[in-house]
Design a protein around this ligand. Structure first.
Ligand SMILES: [Zn+2]
Length: 318
């Protein structure tokens, strides 16, 4: 019998469930909708049923389930709960671990999706052998998972590492959290869209992005325009890199990481985002750290969020 764990990535729209072995390979995965469930209990029931179906699919005589790791927005490791996640239907403190363990008889742990990604990078990705590194997830928002002295920094409340909601610009853009000028309002897929529209308004340069609506624009389209040499697209990456790089200079000064990994949609822009970020990071960094920190794309194959959530439970049951 081969030991295997469940990795679950709960997003606002979809929830991905995968069975992951000790080498960090996702053997089978399946997606269910996070929305349109009568209540939290029916959602948990749907997850449990899908886990059982996947286990049967790979053979219950060949594999034995060891536990469940969950990555979720506002997931608190300490509480075993998801607390007031902005993009989920259910508010308050959701005791997700208790509920899922009751349905499956398996131990379960939860953390936020960026922390899960950091653990995945440490156990199975480019951070293997590193004790100090940071993972930045650049998706709809900006998440961060910080590993210091070989341990994930979770903090007193279990929410530590919310770099996306530190202030990048005083009196800056309004953020979904209610504050102003948060880093993720600039450095994220949504942030880049806002920057593109700001730059379009400030200049009369020709740009293929002028004919696209805000709703229709994606960070991938900005990357494609940048490849074509579109100056608004290139300027938007420069602007984003300046804000992100300056912030990362602070982070390096606080944690002295060996490397910073990027993953998520915006990270696919590759050097368009990494080059200006690195340049400004070095410029504003405390000199003792200069030219020592690598900025790298995530080395996790496949669904990093699922593999990261699986890494979380592998680490717990080790
Ligand atoms: Zn915020």
């Amino acid at each position: 019998m081969t030991e295997i764990v469940v990795g679950i990535d709960i997003g606002g729209t979809n929830t991905v469930i995968g069975l992951v072995n000790r080498s960090g390979e996702c053997i089978v995965e399946s997606t269910i909708s996070t929305q349109n469930h009568a209540n939290l209990n029916t959602f948990i029931e749907a997850i449990s049923n899908r886990i059982k179906a996947l286990h049967h699919q790979i053979g219950i005589d060949n594999y034995v389930l060891q536990g469940i790791g969950i990555g979720a927005p506002n997931g608190s490791f300490n509480l075993g709960a998801i607390v007031d996640a902005p993009n989920l239907d259910w508010k308050g403190s959701l005791p997700i671990c208790k509920l899922i363990t009751a349905h499956t008889n398996l131990p379960s742990v939860v953390t936020n999706d960026a922390n899960a990604a950091a653990l995945g990078e440490m156990l199975f990705g480019g951070a293997q052998g590193m004790t100090d590194f940071i993972v930045i997830t650049l998706g709809t928002g900006l998440g961060s998972g910080i590993v210091s002295n070989g341990k994930l920094v979770i903090g007193h409340d279990g929410f530590a590492g919310e770099l996306g909601h530190t202030v990048a610009e005083i009196n800056g853009r309004i953020c979904g959290c209610g504050n102003r000028g948060c880093l993720e309002t600039y450095a994220s897929a949504t942030g880049i869209k806002r920057t593109v529209f700001m730059l379009l308004a400030q200049s009369n340069k020709a740009s293929s992005l002028r004919s696209v609506s805000f709703e229709g624009l994606t960070s991938k389209m900005v990357t494609e325009a940048a490849i074509q040499g579109d100056s608004i697209a290139l300027d938007s990456f420069e602007y984003t890199g300046k804000i992100l790089g300056t912030k990362l200079a602070d982070v390096v000064t606080l944690f002295s990481p060996e490397a910073i990994f990027f993953f998520g949609g915006v990270a696919k822009a590759g050097n368009f985002i990494i080059e200006p970020t690195k340049r400004y990071m070095e410029e504003f960094m405390f000199p003792v750290f200069r030219n020592k920190v690598q900025l790298l794309p995530s080395k996790l194959d496949g669904n990093a969020a699922v593999i990261g959530a699986a890494a979380l439970i592998w680490q717990e049951i080790k």
